[in-house]
Design a protein around this ligand. Structure first.
Ligand SMILES: Cc1cc2nc3c(=O)[nH]c(=O)nc-3n(C[C@H](O)[C@H](O)[C@H](O)COP(=O)(O)OP(=O)(O)OC[C@H]3O[C@@H](n4cnc5c(N)ncnc54)[C@H](O)[C@@H]3O)c2cc1C
Length: 387
């Protein structure tokens, strides 16, 4: 049974109302903006500011941030419900702060870093991003080549990163670089790089499927102070994984929300549309899609809840996070695809939320680790008895 405490249930209801009253009405605008292919900011400044004011008034900021820093410290089980609700809309809005970097800063940040970076981040005053991937290393991040070398008063970063979301609008990024001659995970170290640091060059933006933009950037002798090291030198891989786990759980929950929405759209259309004298809902082909999607949706909800409960108990959920990430992202993609097929030409319009959710589900099968890499990780643990 999925047990959720009263506070979590109320917060989820509030998010649901926020999604229905504030975000869904903006979808037509969002769809138009993104078809027009602007700079990736689908909302006008006024819309964005309004959403920030309303969500703050509703008490929806800092939901899983530490209480000591003004947050609510909600458990992963509650956060799964929040992400599921937000996943039902295509209007892109993150309730500040974006969780994954928060988790990493909270886990290994020094008191100075918490004050300088974590606090304003939780208060919604700053935006950040994560720079791991490189032209030669993505699904296998232990292959990164960006180097960090000691200088008289700190560090110098040299290397190239690619596919970095939010790089341009971030106030700071967490960048992974290699220190020393260690192989693979050895030597991988996290650095906080503030926007505007000389030697940090954002070279170009890259429009992606799913209405998103990523960036390619270069560290050209980018000089950082000693205090820029986040966590231990050479031991950045484990906290980076912590961050990835948090994002994978959030992605899986978002995909549950997307699947719910796609299934709703599919069913509504199937009930109304008549072909060859009968509603589509009476056709077995459609019924099987509906049955299979509903079954997989149920399984995804239970899997996420189980993983979230384990995370809340402090268990290592790398295995579960891989499973839910693959399962839910592939489910959302299939749900959008079947809904688009059911709607026929209507499902092919860029005015429909389906097109936008489909694109987002598609990229989710790649970032935070492609499905195949997660399947390999799951299989290795199962085959090797390493659970
Ligand atoms: C929209 C988007 C946003 C992103 N944002 C960020 C970001 O903010 N920060 C960041 O650091 N990175 C980001 N990324 C990069 C992302 O994490 C990588 O693209 C991803 O990890 C895959 O790496 P790759 O593209 O180098 O593919 P590769 O690692 O080259 O893999 C390519 C394909 O090969 C196959 N493959 C790879 N390894 C195996 C294996 N072991 N077994 C079987 N098949 C395999 C898979 O099918 C995989 O899709 C983003 C990517 C996208 C698409």
């Amino acid at each position: 049974m999925m047990v959720v405490d009263e506070e979590s249930r109320l917060i989820r209801e509030t998010v649901r109302r926020f999604v229905e009253r504030e975000l869904m009405p903006l979808e037509a605008h969002v769809a138009k903006q993104q078809v027009a292919g602007d700079d990736g900011s689908a909302l006008t400044n006024a819309q964005y500011k309004h959403l920030r004011v309303v969500s703050k008034e509703l008490g929806l900021w800092g939901l899983d941030a530490p209480e000591a820093l003004g947050g609510f410290d909600l458990p992963a089980v509650a956060m799964a419900g929040v992400a599921q609700e937000l996943g039902r809309t295509i209007t892109p809005f993150v309730l500040p702060p974006d969780t994954p970097n928060l988790k990493m800063l909270d886990a290994v940040g020094t008191p100075e870093q918490r004050e300088r970076h974590l606090k304003p981040y939780i208060e919604g005053r700053t935006v950040s991003c994560m720079a791991i991937s490189e032209p030669g290393a993505g699904g296998d991040p232990a292959g990164i080549r960006t180097r960090a070398e000691r200088t008289a008063d700190g560090w110098a970063l040299n290397g190239r990163k690619i596919w970095i979301t939010n790089a341009e609008k971030s106030d700071f990024m967490i960048a992974m670089a290699r220190v020393g001659e260690g192989k693979r995970q050895e030597g991988v170290t996290a650095f906080i790089v503030e926007q505007g640091t000389p030697g940090l060059i954002i070279e170009r933006s890259i429009p992606m499927v799913g209405d998103t933009l990523t960036y390619e950037l270069v560290f050209d002798n980018c000089r950082l102070p000693e205090g820029a090291v986040l966590g231990e030198i050479g031991a950045g891989y484990a906290p980076m994984q912590l961050r990835l786990i948090s994002r994978r759980m959030e992605m899986a929950s978002t995909c549950v929300g997307m699947t719910e929405r796609a299934l709703d759209i599919l069913c509504e259309h199937a009930r109304q549309r008549v072909t060859f004298g009968a509603p589509l809902a009476d056709r077995q082909a459609i019924q099987w899609w509906v049955a299979d999607l509903a079954t997989r949706l149920h399984a995804a909800r239970l899997m996420i809840h189980d993983a979230a409960e384990k995370l809340d108990r402090g268990e290592d959920i790398r295995h579960e996070a891989s499973m839910v990430k693959v399962y839910a992202t592939e489910l959302a993609y299939d749900a959008c695809d079947h809904a688009m097929q059911t709607l026929g030409a209507l499902g092919m319009t860029k005015e429909s939320p389906l097109f936008h959710m489909w694109g987002r589900a598609r990229i989710m099968r790649i970032y935070e680790g492609p499905s195949e890499v997660h399947r390999q990780a799951v299989a290795r643990r199962v085959l090797g008895g390493r659970r």
